[in-house]
Design a protein around this ligand. Structure first.
Ligand code: NAD
Length: 496
């Protein structure tokens, strides 16, 4: 059975160790993007349910914070094993609700599990530091302590991985956690939370509250929430950053992107084309690290548009659960229409759609949200498309006279999530790495996704805050630094 609606269920909250029906009405249809079938209806979310989740997390905090770090991570070791045992099952859930291919869903889960593994190092990662004799008889130490209740709000495009950028570190550091997953893809995290329950984690340490803006706003304003992590579009990132920080919380918000790759004339043609095709069309372009604009330099402007078009045209599009499919649908029919109209706009601004995926029709999947791979050649610099995150399988190709001009184009963009260069020249690669103003940089890499032990960076309009997700940044974000200065004069030890 492939591509049929295997998943049905109710979108329940998980609060204080119990599964509960949300108090708000159903608002959003959870759809299988390949079939158009309704899987479930997700709640609008309510302040009341968010408050219940925060209260459960607050109640669990005092005991959890005093649980030794070495004991806290035992639950994560168990979770890691359960995720491995249920790997295929979770990947299928992700594909069914999100649309990405099964191999992409496996890839995302693998990257999520990496974060669980890294957080198991908390007894070392969370250590502070100290110095004896900062003055005569005086010692000074820095301890890292958990903050309390922390919340995360996550997007639709990585339903399993992105919550795991936060959850393992938050709880390993001794915080208690409330997740508000994307209302469009709630089931991957519902299944993972069932596995968390099987680890025996104390009730209230991890909670899920479903819904949209109602639930989010209640978390942003809640006096007991100490820190908020967010991943999603830039407009919402900006809103969440300002509202939660105005409420005195620690906030990290990862936003949208407009990623560029520069193709130099000396790049290896075959590898470059293959890697850029994967970056532009993998996950149907719905990755915050997907390349959106290829900037060709010199004679790369002659061969690259042809080679990328040939490779993109050969991609097999269909339901992500089908064998051999290389690109699935986009998330909703609204997204599909939006992407189609942006291609139309690019064409009317003067770009040539040398591969046009607007009218793709797949006989087996008449109600799926498919857009075919698209290449827009020669998008004018003045086109608003150059500043628009399309978030679909559309690659714009533009041309620059040299590497400096290519880098200026990237520097002018208001986003700063990722950029890459394709070249065999070490000098050009080094200059690019050193000077390009994006948080993640690839050299002959199409999707510059940091491993779990590095921060998932992002600059300019792609990130609001200081500390990023994953690795040491996550540990810093989820802990407060307490500095203790102690005086124990020599004379006081005379008694012994
Ligand atoms: P989104 O901003 O629409 O939604 C993200 C989350 O915010 C969801 O949980 C949603 O319920 C909530 N939300 C939406 N509107 C809200 C509002 N007005 N007030 C309060 N909460 C609101 O994003 P999406 O469409 O789910 O995800 C795609 C976006 O995420 C893209 O822009 C993509 O680039 C970005 N993204 C960024 C990164 C990164 O690391 N920088 C990673 C993945 C995705």
């Amino acid at each position: 059975m492939t591509g049929t609606n295997e998943l049905r269920g109710e979108v329940l909250d998980y609060i204080g160790g119990a599964w509960r029906r949300p108090s708000s009405d159903a608002a959003t249809e959870v759809l299988n993007p390949a079939t158009g079938d309704v899987i479930a209806r997700a709640p609008a979310g309510s302040a009341q349910d968010a408050d219940a989740a925060v209260k459960a997390a607050s109640a669990a905090f005092p005991e959890w914070r005093l649980t030794p770090p070495a004991d806290r991570i035992q639950y994560l070791f168990r979770l890691k094993q359960l995720l491995e045992d249920h790997f295929e099952e979770i990947a299928r859930i992700t594909t069914t609700e999100n649309g990405k291919t099964l191999s992409e869903a496996r890839g995302e889960l693998r990257r999520g599990i990496e974060n669980v593994e890294v957080a198991c190092g908390i007894p070392i990662l969370m250590q502070g530091y100290n110095l004896e004799d900062v003055a005569t008889g005086i010692d000074e130490s820095m301890f890292r302590q958990p903050l309390g209740v922390v919340a995360a709000i996550t997007p639709f495009n990585f339903p399993a991985m992105i919550p795991l950028w936060f959850l393992p570190y938050a709880i390993a550091c001794g915080n208690t956690f409330v997740l508000k997953p994307s209302e469009r893809v709630p089931f991957s995290m519902i299944r993972i939370t069932e596995l968390i329950e099987q680890t025996g984690l104390p009730k209230g340490v991890v909670n899920i509250v479903n819904g949209g803006k109602n639930a989010v706003d209640a978390l942003l304003d809640h006096p007991s929430v100490q820190a908020v992590s967010f991943v999603g579009s830039t407009a919402v990132a900006r809103y969440i950053y300002s509202r939660a920080s105005a409420a005195g919380k620690r906030v990290q918000c990862q936003g949208g992107a407009k990623n560029h790759v520069v193709v130099l004339p000396d790049a290896d043609r075959e590898t470059t084309t293959r890697i850029i095709a994967d970056s532009a069309y993998g996950c149907a372009g719905q990755r915050c690290l997907a390349v959106s604009v290829a900037v060709t330099v010199g004679e790369a402007g002659e061969w690259f548009p042809k080679s990328i078009t040939e490779t993109a045209a050969a991609l097999k599009v269909g339901s992500g659960l089908e064998d051999g499919v290389q690109m699935g649908p986009v998330i909703t029919s609204t997204s599909r229409e939006r992407i189609r109209s942006l291609i139309t706009q690019g064409a009317s601004d003067g770009a040539r759609p040398i591969l046009d995926g607007r009218d793709i029709s797949l006989s087996g999947w008449p109600r799926g949200n498919f857009v075919g791979p698209t290449v827009l050649d020669g998008v004018p610099a003045a086109s608003s498309l150059m500043e628009t995150e399309i978030f679909g399988p559309v690659l714009s190709v533009i041309h620059a006279s040299g590497v400096d001009e290519a880098m200026e184009i990237i520097a002018r963009n208001s986003y700063g999530n990722a950029s890459s260069i394709f070249t065999t020249s070490g000098a050009a690669a080094r200059k690019f790495r050193n000077q390009i103003p994006t948080g993640n940089v690839g050299v002959n890499i199409g999707v510059a996704a940091p491993m779990a032990y590095f921060p998932f960076s992002g600059w300019k309009g792609s990130f609001f805050g200081v500390l990023h997700a994953q690795g040491r940044d996550a540990v810093e974000f989820y802990t407060g630094e307490k500095v203790v200065i102690e005086r124990w004069p020599k004379e006081w030890s005379r008694r012994f």
